[in-house]
Design a protein around this ligand. Structure first.
Ligand SMILES: NC(=O)C1=CN([C@@H]2O[C@H](COP(=O)(O)OP(=O)(O)OC[C@H]3O[C@@H](n4cnc5c(N)ncnc54)[C@H](O)[C@@H]3O)[C@@H](O)[C@H]2O)C=CC1
Ligand SMILES: O=C(O)C(=O)C[C@H](O)C(=O)CO
Length: 254
């Protein structure tokens, strides 16, 4: 009897682009992809920080390069992808949260959060997809969304709007690019202990809310996101597109 074989989770020969790669979830995703054998281009705004990160990856024996880039500069993003691409894998982790009651939201905060979480993500994803289409290559594009792309949260009207937008954008792009075998998905974490997450976790009443909502009884760690990233990037997820992988300890289950 011939038994089925597990598709490969390895990423040898793949070129990945990871934004927000010097911190938090982006750093973890970059490590996961590098450990699986991908060549990883690390994106962050500060040249010194991203070069230091690339050197740290290389000293672990991982294949990595530094790409200093502010992804909210769309012309610069498009030029960088045209120069350094095509990329088989994108993990778009760069993101921002500025929380306030909806009645108090300022226009500068609204613009900063939507410009990065939606507009920059949109045009970066588009640029990577164009590179793949022009090269006739398949790909896996992953946007780091949030459980807040599926539910609401107090003081989070703008942040939740951006993550819901990312979910809609991902589904539409997945439909348009499926004929090119370019898959587009989101990963939706709950609260993860990163510099961004700690802003909220440090507030006792918010921490109590979070711990009550996460049914598995603990906040997330970057490591909780890493395996999902490798999976979605790999051939093991070859028929998965236009969807989301929620990593929330059960927050959204009821
Ligand atoms: N930490 C958490 O609890 C959760 C985070 N997320 C999402 O995960 C993503 C990553 O968040 P964390 O790792 O927690 O945050 P973080 O603050 O540790 O990392 C964000 C990274 O994005 C980079 N970045 C910001 N603006 C940029 C720009 N214009 N161009 C290039 N890079 C830029 C920052 O320099 C930083 O390295 C965000 O999209 C966030 O919304 C989603 C759910 C939970
Ligand atoms: O909402 C917060 O506070 C955050 O730190 C945002 C997280 O990124 C998040 O999405 C939690 O679900």
């Amino acid at each position: 009897m011939t038994l089925p074989r597990t598709p490969s989770f390895r990423l040898i020969g793949k070129r990945a682009l990871v934004t927000g790669a010097t911190s938090g979830i982006g750093e973890g995703c970059a490590v996961a992809l590098a450990e699986a054998g991908a060549h990883v281009t690390l994106v962050a705004r500060t040249a010194a920080a991203v070069e230091k990160q690339a050197a740290a990856f290389q000293s672990n024996g991982w294949d990595a390069a530094a790409l200093p880039l502010d992804i909210s500069d769309i012309a610069a993003s498009e030029a960088a992808i045209a120069t350094h691409g095509p990329f088989d894998i994108l993990v778009n982790s760069a993101g921002l949260a500025r929380h306030s009651p909806a009645v108090d939201t300022t226009q500068p905060d609204y613009d900063a959060v939507t410009d990065l979480n939606v507009k920059a993500a949109y045009f970066l994803t588009r640029a990577v997809a164009k590179g793949l289409i022009d090269a006739g290559k398949p790909g896996s594009l992953i946007n780091i969304s949030s459980q807040m792309g599926h539910v609401g949260g107090i003081d989070r009207a703008v942040y939740c709007a951006t993550k819901h937008a990312l979910e809609g954008m991902t589904k539409s792009m997945a439909i348009e690019w499926a004929p090119h075998q370019i898959r587009v998905n989101t990963i939706c974490p709950t609260f993860i202990r990163t510099p961004l997450g700690e802003q909220t976790l440090a507030i006792p009443e918010r921490r109590a809310w979070i711990e009550e909502k996460i049914k598995l009884g603990r906040v997330g760690e970057v490591a909780d996101i890493m395996g999902a990233t490798t999976f979605l990037a790999s051939d093991a997820a070859a028929l998965i597109t236009g969807t989301h992988l929620i990593i929330d300890g059960g927050w959204t289950a009821d």
